[in-house]
Design a protein around this ligand. Structure first.
Ligand code: ZN
Length: 173
């Protein structure tokens, strides 16, 4: 399971995506097929990539930090994937509206992140976590942070073709 604070402490420049060809592989984060991108040791689907590829230059426009301790990153990714699939024009206006409301509610959780850690920008969290002395994190032991990465609409717009291909692969097209 992804602990965002620990993940943010990876060496600078190491959290960048590289394409792989093994799309039938299950994603290391959400567990669904379609893992085609590697970030460090993890083979991921295109929906989970922004949560891991925090050194992507425009990460703050593609993703936001939210406070959601009740749901791990993989479950959140499945939810976001389903909501964006529901937004497609072949669905009814009612289905699209429910999906939009769900995504807006998730986006609102950025304010809870800002209250708790002072930011909802992944790049700021990444830089801050790198500067926290290791001894300050000892009390956390193995506890997971309630911080998650929410992939924003901009990512789905930029990667629209890959998203359509992923849905076809997963039988949701
Ligand atoms: Zn995934």
């Amino acid at each position: 399971m992804l602990d965002l604070i620990s993940h943010c402490r990876a060496l600078r420049g190491t959290l960048k995506p590289t394409a792989e060809a093994t799309v039938a592989t299950e994603c290391a984060c959400c567990g669904l097929p379609g893992a085609s991108i590697r970030v460090g040791d993890d083979l991921l689907c295109m929906i989970c990539v922004p949560a891991f590829a925090l050194d992507t230059p425009d990460i703050d426009t593609m993703a936001g930090v939210i406070w959601m301790p009740q749901m791990d990153q993989g479950v959140l990714s499945r939810l976001v994937c389903a909501a964006h699939a529901a937004l497609r024009p072949q669905n009814t206006a009612e289905v699209q509206e429910r999906a939009r409301n769900a995504l807006d509610s998730l986006a609102d959780l950025r304010s809870a992140s800002r209250r708790r850690v002072g930011t909802y920008q992944p790049s700021v969290l990444r830089e801050t976590a790198l500067t926290v002395p290791a001894h300050s994190l000892i009390k956390r032991r193995d506890r997971l942070s309630g911080l998650r990465i929410l992939v924003l609409d901009a990512w789905f717009q930029t990667e629209a073709r890959d998203f359509a291909a992923l849905l076809t692969l997963r039988g949701n097209a």
